[in-house]
Design a protein around this ligand. Structure first.
Ligand SMILES: Cc1ncc(COP(=O)(O)O)c(C=O)c1O
Length: 271
């Protein structure tokens, strides 16, 4: 081996590294282009949403009679690529919401080695059939769409012992809409009583998707949320009211939401 060939080796490994970086970058760009949003617009959108939530939170603090805690932003990343999630995680976004189980599990595998401090908290926000409970219990940190005891029991039984209890929110059909999922207000006490008995579930609060042409759904949900808190002081984890999406997040926060679930305003329209 002479110096020249060594030099050549070094150059070719540099070239390989450069090609790799280029490939990674172009894969990334391709993934974003596919969703017609470049990286800077994505970060811009996210910062604007963060700001709107913070402003609504400050306003709520000024007017609310009870104390308003910080509002968690859940980025709804369903149908969006893992590259977008990684980009936002690097900016400090922690919570991501997914509706489609297979798609979510694939993204989790891609993003499992996130650097320290950029770990992702995964929320399941899709409908839950019985045959999905094991995968949900084994992969997610939160489930926001719990509406039936049979599903709660399965999630409890299937939550692995080496994981912390699964955080759950009861999805409430606050406007009694036939087309909507969620437990009805009158079913809420029984469902709470059942979930309280499940050691592998940690009941954190309520989630709603209100009727479109509305109304006072946010305020009524907040009242129910507070009523449960008062009548069940033993529910030590009861601290989350998940309401508000792209179109109504500020309104939801002003009405007491502690978690907004935002997709379109961050990632753009879904295909
Ligand atoms: C349960 C749930 N919450 C929030 C969202 C986000 O909605 P938007 O894109 O309007 O912010 C979705 C989107 O499908 C959803 O299914």
């Amino acid at each position: 081996m002479n110096a020249t060939s060594n030099h050549h080796d070094t150059n070719s490994s540099d070239t390989n590294t450069l090609t790799k970086i280029k490939e990674t970058k172009s894969d990334f760009d391709a993934a974003l282009d596919m969703h017609s949003l470049d990286k800077h617009s994505l970060i811009d959108n996210w910062q604007q949403v963060r700001q709107q939530v913070d402003e609504a939170c400050a306003q709520a603090k000024g007017t609310a009679t009870d104390s308003v805690t910080a509002v968690t932003l859940l980025a709804v990343s369903k149908t969006k690529p893992a590259e977008m999630i990684a980009t936002l995680a690097r900016q400090g976004q922690r919570h991501f919401g997914e509706n489609y189980l297979q798609e979510a599990i694939e993204k989790m595998a891609t993003l499992k080695d996130q650097p320290e401090g950029e770990e992702i908290v995964w929320h399941y926000i899709g409908s839950i059939q019985r045959n999905k409970t094991r995968d949900i219990a084994e992969h997610f940190d939160w489930v926001q769409t719990l509406e039936r005891d049979i599903i709660a029991k399965r999630l409890n039984d299937q939550r692995p012992d080496n994981m912390s209890p699964l955080n759950v929110l009861i999805q409430l059909n606050i406007d009694d809409e036939d087309s909507k999922s969620g437990c009805l207000s009158e079913q809420l006490p029984d469902l709470i009583a059942a979930i309280k008995g499940y050691e592998r579930l940690q009941l954190r609060g309520l989630m709603i998707i209100p009727a479109k042409a509305d109304n006072d759904s946010f305020a009524r949900t907040k009242q129910l949320f507070e009523a449960v808190k008062n009548t069940h002081p033993e529910l030590s984890g009861w601290d989350t009211l998940s309401m508000g999406m792209s179109a109504d997040m500020a309104d939801a926060v002003t009405n007491g939401s502690t978690m907004v679930r935002v997709g379109t305003a961050i990632f753009g329209a879904r295909a």
